[in-house]
Design a protein around this ligand. Sequence first.
Ligand code: D41
Length: 680
Amino acid sequence: MTTATANQRIQSLRQQLNEHNYRYYVLDDPSVPDAEYDRLFRELQQLESEHPELISADSPTQRVGAEPLKAFPSVTHQVPMLSLGNVFDDASLQAFVSRVMRELDDLGRAVDQAEFCCEPKLDGLAISLIYQKGQLVQGVTRGDGQTGEGITENLKTLRSIPLRLRRETPDQPLPALLEVRGEVYMPRATFEAINERARLAGEKTLANPRNAAAGSLRQLDPRITATRPLEFTAYQVAQISEGFAAATHWLAMQQLKGWGFKISSLLSCVQGYAGLKNFCDNLAAQRDQLPFDIDGAVLKINDLRLQAELGFRAREPRWATAFKYPAQEQITQLLDVEFQVGRTGAVTPVARLEPVQVAGVTVSNATLHNMDEVARLGVRIGDSVIVRRAGDVIPQIVRVIIEQRPADAREVQVPAACPVCGSHVERAEGEAVYRCTGGLYCAAQRKEALKHFASRKAMDIEGLGDKLIEQLVDAERVKSPADLYRLELEPLAALERMAEKSASNLLQALQTSKQTTLARFIYALGIREVGEATAANLARYFGTLDALMKASKEELLDVDDIGPIVAQHIRAFFAEPHNLETIQDLLDQGIAWPEAERRREDLPLTGQTWVLTGSLDSLTRDQAKERLEALGAKVSGSVSKKTSRVVAGAAAGSKLTKAESLGVAVLDEAGLLQCLSELE
Ligand code: D41
């Protein structure tokens, strides 16, 4: 490829990648799957490594380029970063509005109704970004408002921070200087995922998304920051070149959106106290469902000229305030730790707490995950602890206040016997969890197994809720899933909170559930670590229950997403005579599914391994993979001697070279399409 064509492709890839980021972060309307983004990104990386003279500092590949720093430089803000006053209730909100109205009056700018622009108060870290001629040149933390730390390289790793301002048209003028301020934060889902991974690895967990974001920005090595996805939402234009200044906060935010910044999707303009109150109440009601933590609402006079005239006092703007919501973390006392037994026998510690209001809800229980977590927290019964409740996630204990530990605090001890069935409790080598060895003898495990069996994505037995299952097990009416299908109308209707009508509906639902799919049935069995997706893969691969039950470890390892541990769980499940009896019993009750159309062994590409590389025009790589797999092929990511065929699309790189050097057969896109059309 000549330098000129490489340059053209590079420009086009950068533009596509920037546009994908824009659609993803700013418009919240992704246009391509992540895999496609990654593919374009790798193609750009490859081209830039072949043509290093074409690399530019604002290329999407340069987000994580820099070497670790020794220390962050101290940077003085050109315009101080103010703090925000607070209001906590309707009366002080009312007082804020009255004060602003009076001050406007004093300035000779009396209004009937002041217009405010409102947005959520994100619970992260305030930062400032400077753009010169459209290029990001500096990113600084708020610090004390006068001086912060220069963390430009870390901030460049955030894909919601544009490295250069976006233009609608190539000749659109950009301001020579722009200073944007906003909040860097970690979305809750990212936070939960990072903690879940840390827990599995036995590592220290992060207390809350805010600490996680702060810790991540404080890394001297931007490569570490890049592994902890943070987001940036802009909330102010602090400086802008003449001729570009907007008239209102609302318009300034729309301008930033056009330049490629994420702004709050909840931004709205309202009139006077009534409008503000309405916004704050609505936002409070949505708080638990938002994908990020907020600690209030920020309310700003919309007119930027009025903002300037009102000015500030004691480092707080007179034209804005924060309406604070109840805190998501509270201190309470750990009264006791009880142990719950789950479907797989896992005996998990649950904290019983002195009831406390957390973000508007009374919390009296919190999860402790497992005994490793108890050890990491160093928590003892009687301790004062900080509990956090955010969204739908079960409340968590974040930390112990060690200074307040009472003299009689007791250590948390795992019971030697199952609290439900009295069976022996043991901990498998290398596992964090303790398990009850009672299996289905244990009523707790039986209940959970039945709940799973009946659940929507398993046998989907409508009307068979958790409470009813508990009653049925406690009354010893149901021991195994097959017993469900032997239930009769009269005894059912006699149960508490059951009527003849609901009992007969349930019997009908049980009948209906007998016609199922192999994937659902496999999932319903509740084999450890076999979730919905794995069950579907197993069903597709083996086609029949019989084939799955007889599968060797090697065959299981051939199935997508199945590793040695899951393969072992599957083998162990089908080696257990009791499980085989239960399955036979269920089949005898009439549970059935449509025969697989074609058995795996009969498929035309069974036994072949294909590799896809480069980009295809007429279908995505995922689509190609799916179609090849439907024909029985295994689609792998790397080329080896065992590879049957390599499909090389446009701009195929090292995999194609490797295939050629190993003498593996290579097809182009046309060849792939022909092959698919002949075999499908
Ligand atoms: O979301 C926020 N945390 C947020 C913070 C926001 N949406 N708007 C803010 N606006 C300001 C002013 C009114 C001074 C432009 C702020 C903050 N300040 C702020 N954050 C930390 C200190 C001040």
